[in-house]
Design a binder for this molecule. Structure first.
Ligand code: NAD
Length: 499
C-alpha cells in the first residue's frame, strides 16, 4: 500500500501523527493509498518554516516572482498527462476532464505572470508642499487554503498561484480524498525556482483545518467546499482575526424558454448536468422549462441523450462521458436522495440506480438519473445532490422560473436558453446569482475575470482569481512623505485671488 506524505520545507515528509485516511480508486472501490492526517504540532511546524522563509520571498521583485510562474506553466504543460493520470485515479473523472482540471488552474498561473502590472501602486505627486503620497500593495505573510475533492488541481492553483506571486508563503490543506496532485504541484513550483518553505502541503482533516484557523501567524484563509463547512470556517477564521474567503455549495438552475433552440438546450443540459458525474459546483442540477409544451419537448430531447451516456473508468478511453463518484458514502448519499425524490412524488424518467459495470462491481458508479415534475418542497430540489441526477421543475411562466432561481438558498451559477435578447438581458440584470450564462450552461469565468457565487454559495467579500485575488492576497500601505524644498505650494500662483 502506498503511503502518501506531506510536502514541508521543500521535501516529502512522512506523517508523524499516527493518523491516516484511506485514498480510494473510485473505479474499483479499492483502497490504493493512505494519506497522513496531520496533528496540530505538525501543522504549526510548517507555519513556522513558512514564516521564516516568507520575508526574503516577499522582498524578491515582482518580475522575478512572475518568472517562477512562467516556468511553472511550462512544467505543467510538460507533465500534463502524468498529473491527469494521477488525478483520475484518485478522483475518478475521465482523462480529458482531468486535463481540463489542470488546464484551468494553469490559466490562473498564466494570469499571475502579469503580477508586476497588478502590483503597481499609486502615487500622488505634490499632495501638499513638498509632500508626496503613495500606496503600495504588500504581501500578507503566511496564507492558508483548504480545498475540496472535486478539482484537486484547479482549486489549489486558484489559491496558491496569486498568493505566492504576491510575495506570500502558502500552506495548502487539500482534500484527503485525492491528495496526490497537490504534492506534485508543489514539487513543480520548486522545480520552477520557488524557494523552500514558500509552498507547503499539509495533508489532514478537521484537526489541521482548526490548526490553520487558530494559528496566529496565518493571516488569511481561503476555502472552497460545502456550505456548512464554509460557514464554520468563515465564522471561526473571522473570530480569530483572519482575512477569510469561503466558497460553498450550489444548486444551479437552467431556464429553458419556449423559443430556445431545444437541441442546443438539451445538449447543454446533458454536458453540464452529467459531466464529471455531476460533481461540479457549476453543474446544472435543475432544468426549468417554461410552459408544459416546452417541458414536453425538452424531456423528449433529453431522454435519448441521457440514455446514451457512457459511464466507466477513465482507463476505458476518451469516449467515456463520466466516471464513478468519489466515495462509497457519496454514492449512498446520492441514492438516498434519489429515493427521497421517488417517495416525495417526483417522476423518475431515467433510473440509474441499478447501474453496474462488469469487472467494476465494487466501484462507486452511479448511473444517470433524470427526474421530471420535481417541486420546490422536495429534498432533491432543496439539497445539493452532487451526482449525475438532473431534476426538471416545470414553470408556468418566465416570472415563476426566475423566481425559483432567485428564491433558492444557493446562488453560484445559472443559465437561460432563449432566442430573445430582451428576456436574456432582463434575466442577467435581475437574477441574484453570481455567474450567469446566456445560451451557455456552465458560465465559468476565465482566469482574468473573477469567480464567485452569491447567497449561501459564498462567505466573504472578494472572489477567486482575476483582480480580486491580488486584492485578497495583499494589503495596502499608504505613505505620506515630506521633503521640504523651499518651493511654496502652487509656486507663484496666488490662490487668495481666486477666493
Ligand atoms: P467538503 O466541505 O466536505 O470538504 C472541503 C474541505 O473541507 C476538505 O479539505 C475537507 O478536508 C475539509 N473539511 C471537511 N469537513 C470538515 C470539518 N468538519 N471541519 C473542517 N474542515 C473540514 O467538500 P467536498 O465534498 O470536498 O467538495 C464538494 C463541495 O464543494 C460541494 O458542496 C461543492 O459545491 C463545493 N464546491 C464549491 C465550489 C465553489 O467555487 N463554490 C467549487 C468546488 C466545489
Amino acid at each position: 500500500m502506498t503511503e502518501l506524505t506531506h510536502f514541508i520545507n521543500g521535501q516529502r515528509v512522512s506523517g508523524s501523527s499516527g493518523r491516516f485516511g484511506d485514498v480510494f480508486n473510485p473505479a474499483t472501490g479499492e483502497v490504493q493509498a493512505r494519506v497522513p492526517l496531520a496533528s496540530k504540532e505538525e501543522f504549526d511546524k510548517a507555519v513556522k518554516i513558512a514564516a521564516e522563509a516568507q520575508p526574503a520571498w516577499g522582498a524578491v521583485n515582482p518580475q522575478r516572482r512572475a518568472r517562477v510562474m512562467m516556468k511553472f506553466v511550462d512544467l505543467l504543460h510538460r507533465d500534463m498527462d502524468k498529473l491527469a493520470e494521477v488525478l483520475s485515479s484518485e478522483h475518478g473523472k475521465t482523462f480529458p476532464d482531468a486535463k481540463g482540471d489542470v488546464q484551468r488552474g494553469l490559466e490562473v498561473a498564466e494570469y499571475c505572470i502579469g503580477a508586476p502590472q497588478m502590483l503597481k501602486g499609486e502615487f500622488t505627486d505634490s499632495a501638499g508642499p513638498g509632500i508626496d503620497m503613495y500606496s503600495m500593495k504588500q504581501p500578507l505573510g503566511v496564507c492558508g487554503g483548504i480545498t475540496p475533492f472535486n478539482f484537486p488541481a484547479m482549486i489549489p492553483m486558484w489559491m496558491f498561484t496569486p498568493a505566492i506571486v504576491c510575495g506570500n508563503a502558502f500552506i495548502l490543506k487539500p482534500s484527503e480524498r485525492d491528495p496526490s496532485v497537490p504534492i506534485l504541484l508543489a514539487e513543480l513550483m520548486e522545480e520552477a525556482g520557488l524557494p523552500k518553505g514558500i509552498l507547503q502541503v499539509v495533508n489532514g482533516d478537521k484537526v489541521s483545518v482548526d490548526a490553520m484557523l487558530t494559528n496566529p501567524t496565518i493571516q488569511s484563509v481561503g476555502f472552497v467546499g460545502s456550505t456548512p463547512i464554509a460557514e464554520y470556517i468563515y465564522g471561526t477564521g473571522c473570530a480569530n482575526g483572519k482575512r477569510v474567503q469561503c466558497f460553498g455549495g450550489a444548486k444551479n438552475h437552467m431556464i429553458v424558454m419556449p423559443d430556445a433552440d431545444m437541441d442546443l438546450a438539451a445538449d447543454a443540459l446533458v454536458g453540464s448536468g452529467y459531466g464529471a458525474a455531476g460533481e461540479r459546483c457549476m453543474a446544472i442540477s435543475v432544468a426549468v422549462p417554461v410552459g408544459e409544451d416546452t417541458a414536453d419537448r425538452l424531456i423528449e430531447k433529453l431522454v435519448p441523450r441521457v440514455e446514451k451516456l457512457k459511464v466507466g473508468p477513465y482507463t476505458a478511453g476518451d469516449d467515456i462521458d463520466f466516471g464513478p463518484v468519489v466515495t462509497s458514502a457519496a454514492k449512498q448519499n446520492i441514492l438516498s436522495l434519489v429515493q427521497s425524490g421517488i417517495d416525495q412524488g417526483a417522476e423518475l424518467v431515467i433510473d440509474g440506480r441499478d447501474f453496474s459495470l462488469q469487472g467494476y462491481e465494487d466501484g462507486f458508479f452511479v448511473g444517470a438519473h433524470l427526474f421530471d415534475r420535481v417541486t420546490p418542497e422536495m429534498d432533491i430540489y432543496k439539497k445539493e445532490i452532487f451526482g449525475p441526477v438532473l431534476s426538471t421543475v416545470r414553470a408556468g411562466s418566465y416570472e415563476e422560473a426566475i423566481g425559483l432561481a432567485m428564491n433558492h438558498e444557493y446562488g453560484n451559477g445559472t443559465a437561460i436558453f432563449t432566442r430573445d435578447g430582451d428576456t436574456a438581458r432582463d434575466f442577467a440584470n435581475r437574477i441574484n446569482i453570481g455567474m450567469v450564462g446566456v445560451n451557455v450552461p456552465i458560465p465559468v469565468p476565465l482566469a482574468y475575470h473573477t469567480f464567485g457565487g452569491w447567497k449561501k454559495s459564498v462567505f466573504g467579500d472578494l472572489n477567486q482569481h482575476g483582480p480580486d485575488a491580488f486584492k485578497f492576497y495583499t494589503r495596502t500601505k499608504t505613505v505620506t512623505s515630506r521633503w521640504p524644498s523651499g518651493i511654496k505650494e502652487g509656486g507663484e500662483f496666488n490662490f487668495k485671488a481666486m477666493d
